[in-house]
Design a protein around this ligand. Sequence first.
Ligand SMILES: C[S@@+](CC[C@H](N)C(=O)[O-])C[C@H]1O[C@@H](n2cnc3c(N)ncnc32)[C@H](O)[C@@H]1O
Length: 363
Amino acid sequence: MNALGELMARRISHSGPLTVAQFMAEALNHPRHGYYANRDPLGVAGDFITAPEISQVFGELIGLWCAVSWQAMGSPDLIYLVELGPGRGTLMADALRAARAAPGFREAISLHLVETNEALKSQQKHAVDDAALPRTATWHDNLSGIPDGPVLLVANEFLDVLPIRQFQKTPAGWSERMVGLGDNGHDLRFVLGPPQDRPALLDENLISAPMGSVVEVCPAALSLAAALGERLVRGGGAALFIDYGYSLSQTGATLQAVRAHRYQDVLDGPGEADLTAHVDFGAFLRAGNEAGARGFGPLGQGEFLTRLGLQSRAQNLKTNASRELAVEIDAGIARLTDPDQMGTLFKAVALQAPDLPNSPGFD
Ligand SMILES: C[S@@+](CC[C@H](N)C(=O)[O-])C[C@H]1O[C@@H](n2cnc3c(N)ncnc32)[C@H](O)[C@@H]1O
């Protein structure tokens, strides 16, 4: 077992099993051993690859979504442009380049990036320095440090890293799936907590799920949607989230561990693999709606990008490209949009202040 596994086993033997959310939070964010503490996990040489790293068109179209949303808000002189979990800063760099198409937009931007990983923060600094925005960018550990006012927020593959809780239906009630210790008192393994009537935050429709079903809830995503919804109502603006997940709350465990582009056992080597769960977009939008924001989507990533003008942007890029580059551009577009690749599993949702017209790409 690795150092973080040993720390967790000691904690469990003193204080009892961890919830899956506690396990996930430690494995991802432990200040010394956490997966996201200080490494760059992205790219071919890393553990996984994300849409902005596949094609520049992805970030460019999101930049256009931001510019059109800003215009729909009446082109305010100051807009807080926020990205949650910006990775290498690639999406934002591409978005800011495309944003030049909207006169006055770049001058209005005050850029705020929410990131906990020091290694990625320095890559993000380089990426956004190249964009030469008139105002200096600021980094935050969470959303609460961003000043009040109109906001445009984007986040790609951020919600899936937020810690989830899992509950299993048993004849005695709903039992929380937890991480405890095996018979040898040392190895980590899944155990069930005491049964309860109905877990907090469980979707109404899942109460009658068949015996043995596992359901997941993500309290951090729901709090984020509620806080963001309130903020959008108060200060105006719009938020766009793209991630993999499902449209309606459903049963089934989706927690997964990925290392070097392969799935591995979730409890194996905590802190060494990326841990994610599919996003419950239905629950996320409901939490934003309850706070007063208007919700849009979920819409498959392929359809969303196509509606924002993916094909004509790709065509433009290919006009001056070599044959090899044109093939590469097409392969990237196919990967982002094909239903059997990222086109439908990945989805877009938006939350907006209630007074804005329909969100670009969703009507
Ligand atoms: C899966 S990566 C996605 C990166 C980027 N958005 C992309 O599409 O390439 C998740 C990002 O969220 C950041 N992150 C993870 N946990 C976080 C947290 N609790 N608060 C802020 N950022 C976090 C990671 O460091 C990383 O930048």
